[in-house]
Design a protein around this ligand. Structure first.
Ligand code: SF4
Ligand code: SF4
Length: 283
């Protein structure tokens, strides 16, 4: 069973919910698919037991001994990434067009490390995650690798909890493909509702059962009602509504899951949502 927690954009409380679920579930395997800003390991702690450089791109490399400075590569490169036989690695898109026009065989494509694949052994079980270098491309493939690495530590029938990538880009597709359940976190605003509809279309495309959780539902009860009506009309289960709770910000600052705060209304609701999901999973 693979449960992915996603949102239409960042900052909706997705990680607050995901880190709480990860904390509440000792027996699941956790995947942090938010490779651009992974943070489950910060909340869960633990020790890295695997760390492998991730080759996410290629970059042109010029052999200066062979280069005659003919300029053919410079004319060909539409990214303006090569000049006088010198490659600007930040601009090089790895398309390899320059290798085709170099009559002197001076250009080769070299692997570029764009991040790391990491397995962390936490007090709540295995966490598969990655660190991606800021601005690097190819996060979708890295997300796929994070998921493949997680499978090495569990069986097909185990519960996998995935903190998905926000938005609707290719990393999101990589986060949700093959999942059984998607918990979509929404905040009640007009843009939140639009983001939700976009991410829902992705979930439906992949034939994943959606569940909805409205975070900070009481900051705009009118839009909350609109979301609930939309879900009812479309036969989508709104599995929980989390109230605004200033303790959430405190929990983020203290790097602890909100469910550890006994007086937290948000934490109590997240525990209820977790129990409801467990009932659904075990039916
Ligand atoms: S095409 Fe080849 S030989 Fe010509 S400038 Fe580029 S690297 Fe040098
Ligand atoms: S690989 Fe493509 S982007 Fe990079 S220098 Fe060659 S032509 Fe330019």
């Amino acid at each position: 069973m693979q449960l992915v927690i996603i949102s239409g954009k960042g900052g909706t409380g997705k990680t607050t919910v995901a880190s709480s679920f990860a904390y509440l579930s000792e027996n699941s395997i956790k995947c942090d698919c938010d490779v651009d800003a992974s943070n489950l390991h910060i909340v869960l702690g633990g020790e890295d037991i695997y760390n492998k450089p991730y080759i996410g791109a290629k970059v042109a490399h010029v052999n200066q001994e062979k280069c005659t400075s003919c300029g053919a590569c410079e004319s060909m490169c539409r990214f303006d990434a090569i000049k006088n036989g010198i490659v600007d690695e930040l601009k090089c898109e790895g398309c390899a067009a320059c290798t085709v026009v170099c009559d002197y065989n001076a250009i080769t494509m070299a692997d570029e490390v764009t991040g790391n694949e990491i397995i962390t052994k936490t007090s709540k079980g295995i966490l598969s995650r990655a660190h991606m270098i800021a601005g690097a491309e190819g996060s979708g493939k890295l997300v796929t690798d994070v998921r493949k690495n997680a499978f090495k530590y569990g069986a097909k029938d185990d519960l996998y909890i995935l903190d998905g990538t926000p938005g609707v880009g290719c990393a999101v597709m990589a986060s949700v493909t093959g999942c059984d359940l998607a918990l979509i976190i929404i905040e009640p605003s007009q843009s939140g509702l639009n983001d939700f509809k976009r991410v829902l279309s992705v979930i439906e495309y992949f034939e994943i059962k959606p569940l909805v959780c409205i975070n900070k539902y009481d900051i705009n009860e009118e839009i909350t009602k609109e979301i609930q009506c939309y879900c009812k009309e479309n036969n989508i289960n709104v599995i929980g509504k989390i109230p605004f709770d200033s303790l959430v910000e405190q929990s983020i600052n203290e790097l602890k899951p909100i469910v550890l705060y006994k007086d937290s209304f948000a934490g109590k609701e997240i525990i209820k949502i977790w129990n409801s999901i467990n009932e659904l999973i075990t039916v």
